[in-house]
Design a protein around this ligand. Structure first.
Ligand SMILES: Cc1ncc(COP(=O)(O)O)c(C=O)c1O
Length: 359
């Protein structure tokens, strides 16, 4: 079976974990600090704050920006549920706008019409490893005095106009095992704002600035040194992993037939967290079944846009129609692109897809 995802854990990660276990400091300690510094440097920002997951990174970032009950956050309906659920956790309401059919990311053209007096933030989600079109988003945010919270959970190291994602607003990353780099579970917040960084650190640690003095409500969202040790070792490999993902994607795009291959806008460096094709004509599920039968893993990210999820419709009253997000949910299929694929694997993927689409 060629798996759709595969975490690549080597001797460096294993050795680093053993060192932590021998060190006597297992919870948040010097490895977390070192990991935060290295991650901030990778993104080209002043601060990185480690958390337990991408979800808690988003939750913390929203709280640190003071977003709460009565506020609205404009975001994508075509993403993992954690993006918009994090908005619900703080008591605010996600406002969904449709996506650009070529990039699968929010279409900046729809943002201004969605802005209301209680809109506080835009949450662009850099889906599948590709940055959103940030220039118009930055301009709109500036004009309307809105915060940008980037969901970069799928886009470690992705570049837009020579800048890394996570450096345009407050960045949030996931370090889940299927991501471009992992700490087993974990998350990271990135920012250039000293005060915001401090606020994130306080929220992460039960609202505590001085030991056992709690001025605000916080959480235990601390990363452990064990996870940070894995993350640090992985971060050193991120550039190589991303390069291999790009090469694999390039091979697939050159050889696949009868499907729409990923679009890479000028000025963007895609890091291919997912290699996501469109299979038009109602053939997506058939192709997926064929791939499964021939030993090639694939995945549908995502089969239901968030505004059509049962909880959002029945409990939260979402009723809108977002045709491009809905069409994408019916047509997308992600194929293996992870760095451990061999040339033989890539040839197999191409052969199996083409024999179905060309039949
Ligand atoms: C776009 C997006 N946002 C948020 C998350 C949440 O990250 P985590 O699973 O680490 O909580 C993920 C992870 O799957 C994601 O893909």
């Amino acid at each position: 079976m060629i798996n759709i995802a595969k975490p690549l854990i080597g001797d460096e990660e294993k050795q680093a974990v053993l060192e932590v276990l021998d060190s006597g400091i297992l919870a948040q300690g010097p490895r977390v600090k070192a990991f935060e510094e290295a991650f901030a440097s990778m993104c080209g920002v002043k601060h990185a704050i480690a958390t337990t997951s991408g979800t808690t990174a988003l939750h913390t970032a929203l709280l640190a920006h003071g977003i709460g009950a009565g506020d609205e956050v404009i975001t994508s309906p075509f993403t993992f549920i954690a993006s918009s659920n994090s908005v619900l956790y703080v008591g605010a309401r996600p406002i969904f706008i449709d996506i650009d059919p070529e990039t699968f990311n929010i279409n900046p053209q729809f943002i201004e019409a969605a802005i209301k007096p209680n809109t506080k933030a835009i949450m662009p989600v850099h889906l599948f490893g590709l940055s959103c079109d940030m220039q118009p988003i930055l301009e709109i945010a500036e004009k309307h005095n809105l915060v940008i919270i980037e969901d970069a959970c799928q886009s470690h190291g992705a570049v837009y106009n020579r800048r890394k994602v996570g450096s345009f607003g407050t960045g949030t990353f996931s370090l889940y095992p299927t991501k471009n780099m992992t700490s087993a579970e974990g998350g990271m917040i990135t920012t250039n704002d000293d005060k915001l960084a401090e606020s994130c650190r306080v929220i992460r640690q039960h609202g505590m600035r001085r030991r056992y003095y709690h001025d605000e409500l916080g959480f235990n969202f601390r990363m452990t040194d064990v996870h940070a040790a894995i993350g640090l070792a992985q971060l050193k490999k991120l550039g190589g992993f991303n390069q291999k993902r790009r090469e694999n994607a390039s091979y697939l795009s050159t050889h696949l037939r009868g499907v729409v291959t990923p679009y890479i806008p000028e000025g963007s460096e895609h890091v291919f967290h997912q290699y996501t094709i469109r299979v038009p004509g109602g053939k997506r599920d058939g192709l997926m079944a064929h791939l499964q039968e021939k030993g090639v893993g694939s995945g549908v990210y995502y089969p239901v846009p968030i505004h059509q999820q049962t909880y959002y419709m029945n409990e939260l009253g979402y009723k809108q129609s977002l045709p491009e997000a809905e069409r994408a949910a019916n047509e997308v299929l992600s194929l293996p692109v992870h760095p451990d694929l061999s040339l033989a694997d890539l040839e197999t993927i191409v052969r199996v897809v083409n024999e179905y689409t060309q039949a």
